[in-house]
Design a protein around this ligand. Structure first.
Ligand code: AMP
Ligand code: MN
Ligand code: MN
Length: 335
């Protein structure tokens, strides 16, 4: 599907898997707060490795081991282990959708402890960690790279693997709406659907289902949204924030806030949007989106994070007003 990676990189990745005895230990890991692409690509490859006969495949992610509700029906969940139980020095490690080893949290030490590490990713901010780099910034999702690897390994695409990869693809393309939605993306979607998937059921489960408490929480958080039409050189910045107290009052898990940015970024009067999600006393996980003119990855990188040109994030410390001021300043620096 993609021909932007060098043949050498592909053959190194294929060899890393093919030359491994079937009783070798394999650890798959994806980024903290896994989204559909992270967990879907990881489980899709995990199921593929299992189909090839590998008997000791673990999949894991850092932080709380609970799988976010939208992904609790994905095939291959039995591959998951809490990070505390992840093998310390796997024969092979594969990393999914993480641009830097730090995004793997407490699993980052396996990158060097492993016999070899193959990285599957699509971030332009990729730091180069790992040994074999299947990293294609032109790919719409890590799942695009994952599917190609499975194909080259001779894995038959079954409905279970396809469901994992479909969830990944549909998540990172914003349901086939974003920039990277190329003809190849639709061709891959067609190939995945042809295994017999029910896209309406899958996407209702993953995107269009939310507890009542989360609906009320969204109402409250959206009602405090701020707009500054003068920011970003007059193109406008819109933002809101959600605290741990908001979550507690509505009895919600942090992951229910992941789609919040989609409700904020539709603001007509702003080119750039951001959502601050509190993770500790004065620590925030910041999501940013741009409609095109502004490079939010540059903003995120300047503030210690990463991502894509139109979708990026970072961890911030301090008060909401100070974090927003820092973003404003970077947006202006950028021009
Ligand atoms: P999100 O807003 O969480 O959907 O993330 C958008 C993009 O920004 C993703 O591609 C992430 O990989 C990247 N990103 C989000 N948070 C961080 C962070 N703290 N450090 C590096 N990259 C991040
Ligand atoms: Mn991701
Ligand atoms: Mn991704």
């Amino acid at each position: 599907m993609t021909d932007r990676l060098s043949p050498q990189e592909w053959s190194a990745a294929v060899a890393a898997v093919r030359e491994l005895p079937r009783d070798a230990t394999v650890l798959l890991a994806c980024h903290v707060n896994p989204d559909g692409d992270a967990i879907g690509s990881m489980l899709g490859v995990g199921l593929g490795l299992r189909a090839l006969g590998f008997r000791h495949v673990q999949a894991s992610f850092p932080g709380p081991p609970e799988v976010p509700e939208p992904f609790t029906s994905l095939p291959g969940l039995d591959l998951l282990v809490p990070s505390s139980r992840a093998v310390a020095a796997p024969d092979l490690m594969m990393s999914f959708d993480a641009a830097s080893a730090s995004r793997l949290g407490e699993l980052a030490d396996r990158v060097t402890a492993a016999g070899t590490t193959v990285v599957l990713d699509h971030h332009a901010s990729y730091t180069g960690f790992g040994k074999v780099h299947l990293v294609d910034p032109q790919a719409a999702a890590t799942a695009v790279v994952a599917e190609e690897l499975l194909h080259r390994l001779g894995v038959r695409l079954d409905a279970q693997i396809a469901e994992c990869l479909y969830v990944a693809l549909v998540t990172d393309t914003g349901s086939f709406k974003f920039d990277m939605t190329t003809p190849e993306v639709h061709q891959l979607a067609a190939k995945l659907l042809a295994t017999g998937l029910q896209p309406s059921e899958i996407t209702r489960r993953v995107f269009d289902t939310r507890p009542f408490g989360a609906v009320r929480l969204y109402g409250e958080v959206l009602s405090r949204t701020q707009l500054d039409p003068d920011a970003a050189g007059g193109q406008g910045l819109v933002w809101t924030w959600a605290t741990l107290d908001d979550l507690a009052r509505h009895g919600q898990h942090p992951y229910v806030l992941e789609p919040l940015i989609d409700s904020v970024r539709c603001t007509a009067e702003a080119e750039v949007s951001c959502v601050l999600k509190q993770v500790a006393a004065s620590e925030w996980s910041v999501s940013m989106r741009s409609k095109g003119a502004n490079d939010v990855r540059a903003v995120a990188v300047a503030l210690g994070g990463g991502g894509h040109r139109l979708a990026a994030g970072f961890t911030a410390y301090g008060e909401v007003a100070d974090v927003v001021a820092a973003i404003r300043e970077q947006l202006d620096t950028d021009r």
